[in-house]
Design a binder for this molecule. Structure first.
Ligand code: OTU
Length: 637
């Protein structure tokens, strides 16, 4: 595909005239952004939809939606847009800290969440991801990832007005509200889905429905099975015998983005949410949104064009909103979604998986290699570094990278799965297998941080590993994201097996209810919860006070022990502008034995280093003791 920039587009004239015709109706702020973004959006539409007349119609409607949405945008949100524009790098600061929770499991309801804002501030949260909270089918709804209406909150959690209230209260407290935009699929109960199946004009092509198995068979020759426990392949059969594209659960039907009306409809839902005060949309399952016969139907070029086009729409009508990419795929693909014009922030699944890999093997080599090779990002973007999510851990490292270190990817994944589900002799972990596919040997692992790290099994290194994993997420560069409850070492919830609608999906093992008792004793260091909480909150405070942790720049630091991970953080432009010549040296020991880092290894630095975690000064001529699972943050020059 050629990169047709709008400026060189033969039909650029159309864009201009079109802009002029409309701009009379726009206020100055919108008109300015329209002029900047419309040509790009137009170019993207041409690349996605070609010359189709309905493509042009959809584009015109999208712009009308954007203009209307801007007009309707509440004044406080417009002020917030301006505020963000003054500091466009706000999300790269060392002050950023994310949290994630389920509304029902953490608080009960949207209204009840207000009571926890004080605690969120105590932790220092600046970003709160509420797990899917939209209307969804009864029973199994994939934890809300099957959406029946993007404009209605699940009545058990509250109302859309309450969501907007909560967004305002969070904003007031310095916390950005993040919600999922589940845009690859809707639930089978969504109005569009019902209309599509009924063949209602205008909706027939909203989904991918096939009369017989001919095309599904052809597609399935190259697609991957994502939820094989639910159904084989990528399609499910409708009661009338037809087949519909269903990448995930059988009740999640993939939208057909080859139809421009789908883009228009989803742009409308996105703009609606932006005006409720949502500041970040977590773009769910980005890799899957475009299909082409003969390909894996993942991460196709059009998936990127669609995200860029959505991004242009938002830039016009809700300029401060960010997209967060959820691409849990090969690292070469993950990186492609991250740019200021596509997704400004992204989960960092590689660092997450390799942190667990290093803890299991007691060897930091693969993680060290990934940080040196795959951590860099374009300016104006940031990683979201998490220790675990509500999902499984997928071992998404690149086989090529592993091979360089003499590791066979397939065998290593098998080892990691066995290790983390506790099948490997001597394993400290208590995890559950997710979507084990006997045909391909593929599997993933679910479990809370504390259970995977050894606390549930009362392993001596358990608490240290929880702290170590979080310390890495706080220091490699990017925003750390805490799964709320993990800071008080919550354990697996095995009761999901007795809850209908959850029993068949082992990810529920790592989605416990708010651990109220652990929170109560979080100041009591005689308890596990108290010790983990005290150590983690200390690290969080140090991170906030360490400007070198802003931004994303990372330089590897080689320490000869295989169990030691080393890197330096020079800090962002802000630190350098203040004439800073300091950096933070991070050393972490993933092994079960202490390590002595000798003076020669540290001889490139001035002799005195500031120990940011332990306090005081270290004389590097004496070398450094790194305890088992120990971490050091040293300000060096
Ligand atoms: C996402 O994850 C969500 O995080 C899951 O909770 C949902 O079930 C799913 O989408 C469907 O909406 O397969 O196991 O990147 O790994 O998008 C998690 C590819 C998933 C997938 C990811 C997906």
């Amino acid at each position: 595909m050629t990169a047709l920039s709008a400026d060189h587009h033969p039909d650029q004239q159309f864009a201009r005239q079109w802009a002029e015709a409309r701009s009379g109706a726009f206020d100055a702020a919108f008109a300015r952004r329209f002029e900047e973004h419309f040509p790009v959006l137009h170019g993207l539409f041409r690349r996605i939809y070609g010359e189709r007349a309905d493509g042009r119609e959809a584009l015109a409607e999208v712009v009308d939606l954007a203009a209307q949405s801007w007009q309707d945008r509440p004044a406080p949100l417009k002020r917030h847009d301006e505020h963000r524009a003054e500091r466009p790098d706000w999300f790269e600061s060392a002050q950023m800290l994310g949290g994630v929770c389920y509304v029902d499991r953490y608080a009960g309801s949207l209204a009840a969440l207000h009571e926890h804002i004080g605690y969120f501030q105590e932790l220092g949260l600046t970003y709160l991801h509420l797990m899917p909270l939209f209307r969804s089918p009864e029973g199994n709804n994939d934890g809300g990832y099957a959406v029946s209406s993007y404009r209605e909150v699940d009545p058990q959690l509250g109302t859309m007005a309450e969501l907007a209230d909560l967004a305002a209260a969070l904003r007031e407290a310095g916390i950005s509200l993040v919600v999922d935009f589940i845009f690859n699929h809707t639930s089978s109960e969504h109005e569009w889905a019902q209309k599509a199946v009924a063949g209602e004009p205008g909706y027939e092509d909203f989904y991918l429905i096939f009369e017989d198995r001919t095309l599904p068979d052809a597609y399935e020759r190259t697609t991957r099975e994502i939820f094989p426990d639910d159904h084989p392949g990528s399609f499910v059969q409708l009661p009338d015998g037809r087949w519909i594209w269903s990448t995930f659960y059988h009740f999640q039907w993939d939208l057909n983005y080859a139809n421009p009306a789908v883009f228009r409809a989803m742009a409308g839902e996105m703009l609606f949410l932006a005006n409720q005060g949502v500041e970040v949309l977590r773009m769910d399952a980005v890799a899957f949104i475009w299909k082409r016969l003969g390909t894996a139907c993942e991460s196709l070029p059009e998936a990127h064009l669609l995200l860029q086009a959505f991004n242009e729409v938002l830039r016009m009508a809700a300029p401060s909103l960010l997209f967060k990419s959820e691409a849990i795929v090969h690292p070469d693909e993950v990186i492609q979604y991250i740019s200021p014009g596509e997704c400004q922030i992204s989960y960092n699944p590689l660092q997450m998986a390799l942190t667990w890999e290093a803890l299991a093997t007691r060897d930091a080599s693969l993680l060290q290699q990934a940080l040196e090779r795959r951590h860099a990002l374009p300016a104006g973007t940031a990683w979201v570094n998490y220790v675990r999510s509500h999902d499984d851990i997928g071992w998404t490292f690149a086989d090529e990278d592993a091979a360089e270190l003499g590791i066979d990817g397939f065998a290593h994944r098998r080892f990691l799965n066995d290790f983390y589900v506790g099948r490997h002799p001597g394993s400290f972990a208590r995890g559950a297998a997710f979507q084990e596919n006997p045909r391909t040997g593929d599997a993933r692992v679910a479990g809370t941080t504390a259970s995977l790290a050894g606390i549930e099994k009362a392993d001596a290194g358990g608490e240290d590993r929880v702290v170590l994993a979080h310390a890495l997420a706080m220091s490699t560069g990017g925003m750390p994201l805490l799964y709320l409850g993990d800071e008080v070492a919550q354990l697996n919830d095995y009761y999901y097996r007795n809850r209908p609608g959850e029993a068949g999906d082992s990810r529920w093992v790592n989605r416990p209810h708010r651990p109220a008792e652990s929170y109560q004793v979080r100041r009591d260091e005689r308890t596990v919860a108290g010790r983990v909480f005290t150590r983690l909150t200390h690290l969080l405070q140090v991170r906030r006070e360490t400007p070198e942790f802003a931004g994303n720049e990372l330089i590897g630091f080689h320490e000869p022990h295989r169990s030691v991970l080393g890197f330096q953080r020079p800090g962002g432009a802000g630190v350098q502008a203040r004439g800073g010549v300091t950096r933070v040296l991070v050393l972490a020991n993933v092994g079960d034995d202490p390590v002595h880092v000798d003076a020669v290894t540290l001889s490139g630095f001035e002799v005195l280093a500031e120990d940011l975690i332990g306090g005081g000064t270290r004389d590097l001529r004496e070398g450094l003791e790194l305890p088992a699972h120990g971490i050091r943050w040293l300000r060096v020059s």
